[in-house]
Design a protein around this ligand. Structure first.
Ligand SMILES: [Zn+2]
Length: 285
């Protein structure tokens, strides 16, 4: 099953159906699933976790299975679920690394599911967390909410460069993004290096930086048409037809490279890579 076919199992369905679809897919393949049901005043749902490999070091890859009401939720976030399900069928975790694929509920309610998971299951052994959001449109990888350097972030950069991607074109590492958020923030709040991972069209990178870092100033400019991939975000237009198979494939390749790199370089080690810039690039206002 391709990532797109996996994503279609969730697209356009209710949150209860999306959650059930992930569980059914995993069980049909005989994968042991850890189910974590939570019920809080703000909402209730079920997180599902599966693991690849063994070891004390754990890399968490998150994709929320819920969507906002009124949106088919293809790029947000069935695409990410599809990429992780597909990864499960082909990736082997390197020895000494456990890769936990975590499918969360209620991300759209201030990442409630991820917060419940961290509260109940803790963060012992976690070397890093990536939360996949909007990975179905574009050709350039963005690692976001990278507020400070960490050994994990150095490995993520190393993995992406190992794929031939170049900083600020093939991939971008950016600081904290205002207004938007995702599951990784629940882990970051507990002290784990944790970032968002999104794909964007390289052609709209400059417009995107303006859009996400200056939301108020850009509100008028983007009133009619927001830059991709935000043109469908949280709208009825977020349909599977808009997903790009090459984007889904690129996200999968990035994750496989990151898994290999994190597995190959155990231990904390010195911080590597360039400092994260908190300033928007020159020429952007
Ligand atoms: Zn989302």
């Amino acid at each position: 099953m391709t990532p797109l076919e996996c994503a279609r199992l969730l697209e356009g369905r209710s949150n209860a159906e999306r959650e059930a679809a992930v569980g059914r897919w995993l069980e049909a393949r005989g994968v042991p699933v850890a189910r974590h049901r939570f019920s809080l005043p703000e909402g209730a749902g079920e997180n599902l976790a599966v693991e690849l490999g063994t070891g004390d070091r754990v890399l968490v890859l998150c994709a929320h299975h819920d969507a906002v009401p009124g949106s088919p939720g293809a790029n947000d976030n069935a695409a990410a679920v599809g990429v992780l399900l597909h990864l499960l069928t082909r990736a082997a975790a390197p020895s000494g690394l456990r890769v936990r694929l975590l499918f969360t509920a209620c991300e759209e309610r201030d990442y409630l599911g991820a917060r419940a998971w961290v509260r109940d299951r803790g963060v012992a052994g976690l070397v890093g967390v990536l939360s996949l959001e909007l990975v179905g449109i574009g050709d350039s990888v963005v690692v976001w909410d990278a507020v400070e350097e960490s050994p994990f972030l150095g490995r993520v950069r190393g993995a992406l460069e190992g794929l031939g991607l170049r900083a600020d074109t093939g991939y971008h590492v950016v600081g904290r993004i205002p207004r938007f958020g995702s599951d990784h923030r629940a882990f970051a709040a507990a002290g784990v290096p944790a970032y968002g991972l999104t794909l964007v069209p390289a052609a709209s990178a400059v417009a995107l930086r303006r859009f996400v870092f200056h939301p108020r100033r850009s509100a008028l400019r983007f009133l009619v048409r927001r830059p991709a991939p935000f043109h469908t975000y949280h709208t009825p237009r977020d349909r599977a037809e808009t997903l790009e198979p090459p984007a889904l494939a690129a996200a999968g390749r990035a994750l496989e490279a990151i898994i290999a790199r994190v597995g190959a370089e155990p231990g904390g080690g010195p911080l590597r890579g360039a400092a994260v810039s908190h300033r928007p690039p020159s020429g952007v206002s």
